[in-house]
Design a protein around this ligand. Structure first.
Ligand SMILES: Nc1ncnc2c1ncn2[C@@H]1O[C@H](COP(=O)(O)OP(=O)(O)OP(=O)(O)O)[C@@H](O)[C@H]1O
Ligand SMILES: [Mg+2]
Length: 195
């Protein structure tokens, strides 16, 4: 399966989602994460060789793809319309992470307007949801009212997600009492994908 993580906005959790879904899919079958972002965030995260899957740059990926069952593609923010089109054609599923923030939701609606005519298979993932506020629930209501396909699982706002890249690990391997909560949410998203 080829899954691309994309969004018009920066900082909405694309790389965090790509890394953790790659970790989940790796528990099932060999999985390659392609870092198609010029900033090479996923490659930097993987530098210490503590991620449980293989990460390649876009340039380094062609010879590798046939060796893996699942491919997850992390992309840069603000893709050109052509790039979005290529991703839509080349992937089985596009995941659009968005925070409950109003501007991020607005960008997500705009991204979907671009994707609709491409007949792409896409699904929105709510990320960085702060359980202490009602913002996540409000955002879900908004997205449901707009009839956008949405994962049932939200990704919570957790310090462990923020800090795991600096240790070069996925959240499951970051020492924090809420790490397992964070990991269980990406496992739930992975299961929703495979259902
Ligand atoms: N669920 C979360 N809880 C807390 N912090 C998070 C969560 N998800 C992501 N972050 C943090 O938010 C910031 C942006 O996340 P990330 O790099 O995954 O987003 P991105 O969409 O890939 O950004 P960019 O557009 O710059 O590539 C990072 O500091 C990351 O650690
Ligand atoms: Mg990123």
């Amino acid at each position: 399966m080829i899954i691309a993580i994309t969004a018009l906005k920066g900082g909405v959790g694309k790389t965090t989602t790509a890394v953790h879904l790659a970790a989940y899919f790796q528990t099932i079958a060999p999985t390659l994460l392609i870092d198609a972002d010029k900033n090479r965030s996923a490659l930097v995260w993987s530098k210490e060789d503590k991620l449980p899957f293989y990460v390649a740059s876009q340039a380094g990926s062609p010879g590798l793809i046939s060796k893996f069952t699942h491919i997850i593609i992390d992309t840069q923010a603000r893709p050109e319309p052509e790039e979005l089109e290529d991703l839509a054609i080349g992937s089985d599923l596009l995941i659009l992470p968005t925070t409950p923030n109003h501007l991020d939701l607005d960008s997500t609606v705009k991204a979907i307007e671009l994707l609709k005519p491409l007949k792409a298979n896409y699904k929105v993932l709510l990320t960085k949801v702060d359980s202490r506020t009602i913002n996540g629930r409000e955002a879900r209501k908004f997205l449901e009212a707009a009839q956008l396909p949405l994962f049932k699982t939200d990704i919570p706002l957790l310090v462990a997600f923020q800090r795991s890249p600096s240790r070069g690990v996925i959240v499951k391997d970051f020492p924090d009492e809420r790490s397992h909560l964070g990991w269980s949410k990406y496992v739930a998203v992975g299961k929703e994908i495979l259902r």
